[in-house]
Design a protein around this ligand. Structure first.
Ligand SMILES: Nc1ncnc2c1ncn2[C@@H]1O[C@H](COP(=O)(O)OP(=O)(O)OP(=O)(O)O)[C@@H](O)[C@H]1O
Ligand SMILES: O=P(O)(O)OC[C@@]1(O)O[C@H](CO)[C@@H](O)[C@@H]1O
Length: 303
């Protein structure tokens, strides 16, 4: 069974306007509200690919109720800890430039934190847990290290998609796959990359430091896979970007969903790239038929 953990879910409030003018009243031309947060996005894509997952984390207030209702309407099993504070709302501005304003997240009490750990008691060696996105400020990013210890103690595998030094610290526990984007990878190792070639040694470093597989996503510049000492490149597919929010999460979902079935990392990478690309070219997360259409166009070559 695949579990996803979203410690800090969000309603993604997507607003469209022709030009965003700072310091003035801006009027939207249209808007949408989506259930968001990285782990939740992974569960939503998995469901579209007919892969079952259970979404875990913290949800509270009217915002939390909205997310739960939307996930249940998509037949996604949920087992969130109900919290006293409201789940955050993240604003995604689609305009002449794309901007995002993400909340710090609600207060999580000690009892709510303990209730979350109790949910992990069900994990077994047959499970994979996808940990994705920020932790609410009240928990702190180091909380992930305790969660990983618990997952390992239960004998389960984990996948981690978070920013910063906690990602690096998690590598020693052998995550199944990690997927920093090129900017996150540069920030982790304190380097700036001018070309794809310059990224490659750092992708192998992720494996040397403990990751079983690593992908590096590069938005409109494609993606890299590091597997069994080899490097693979997937060239970006051309298309019209509608909303790239969740492209990275879709890529993780595609990889994990396929890897669970075939244990073939290259096949899983292809599905990951297809899901990420299809989401970038969709208003919400991608639908299954579009993922299939894009998948036929993905070309992967060994570098
Ligand atoms: N503009 C684009 N054109 C083509 N493919 C794209 C584009 N944006 C994303 N993709 C595909 O989706 C993958 C993941 O996207 P990206 O690198 O933006 O992830 P991310 O930075 O983690 O995204 P996010 O945090 O918004 O979910 C890319 O490697 C690429 O294959
Ligand atoms: O603030 P975090 O947890 O880092 O990221 C949260 C978020 O930006 O990530 C998803 C897209 O990847 C969105 O659904 C959500 O709003």
């Amino acid at each position: 069974m695949i579990y996803t953990v979203t410690l800090n879910p969000s309603i993604d409030f997507l607003v469209r306007l022709p030009e965003f003018k700072v310091g003035e009243v801006n009027r939207m031309t249209s808007d949408d509200k989506f259930p968001g947060g990285k782990g939740i996005n992974v569960s939503r894509i998995l469901a579209r690919l007919d892969s079952h997952s259970t979404a875990l984390g913290f949800l509270g207030g009217f915002t939390g109720a909205f997310i739960k209702e939307k996930l249940e309407a998509e037949d996604i099993q949920t087992d969130f800890v109900k919290i006293a504070s409201d789940t955050r709302i993240n604003v995604k501005i689609k305009s002449n430039i794309e901007s995002e304003i993400n909340g710090a997240g609600p207060k999580i009490s000690a009892a709510e934190r303990d209730a979350f750990f109790a949910k992990l008691d069900v994990l077994t060696a047959a499970d994979i847990v996808v940990l994705a996105g920020s932790a609410p400020a009240s928990l702190g990013q180091d909380f992930y290290l305790d969660v990983i210890n618990k997952i390992k103690a239960q004998g389960a595998e984990f996948v981690i998609d978070i920013e910063g030094d906690v990602l690096v610290k998690s590598l020693a526990n052998r995550p199944l796959v990690v997927k920093p984007n090129n900017h996150e990878l540069g920030a982790i190792y304190g380097v700036e990359f001018d070309s794809v070639e310059e990224l490659i040694p750092y992708g192998h470093k992720l494996l040397a430091d403990g990751a079983q597989y690593a992908m590096i996503s590069m938005a409109g510049d494609g993606a890299l896979l590091f597997a069994d000492g080899k490097t693979y490149f997937a060239k970006a597919i051309k298309g019209t970007v509608k909303n790239s929010v969740g492209a990275g999460d879709s890529m993780i979902a595609g990889f994990v969903g396929e890897f669970v079935k075939s244990h073939d990392a290259v096949k899983a990478f292809r599905q990951g790239v297809a899901c990420g690309t299809a989401t970038a070219f969709s208003d919400d997360l991608a639908e299954a038929a579009f993922i299939k259409e894009i998948s036929d166009q993905v070309v992967i070559e060994e570098c």
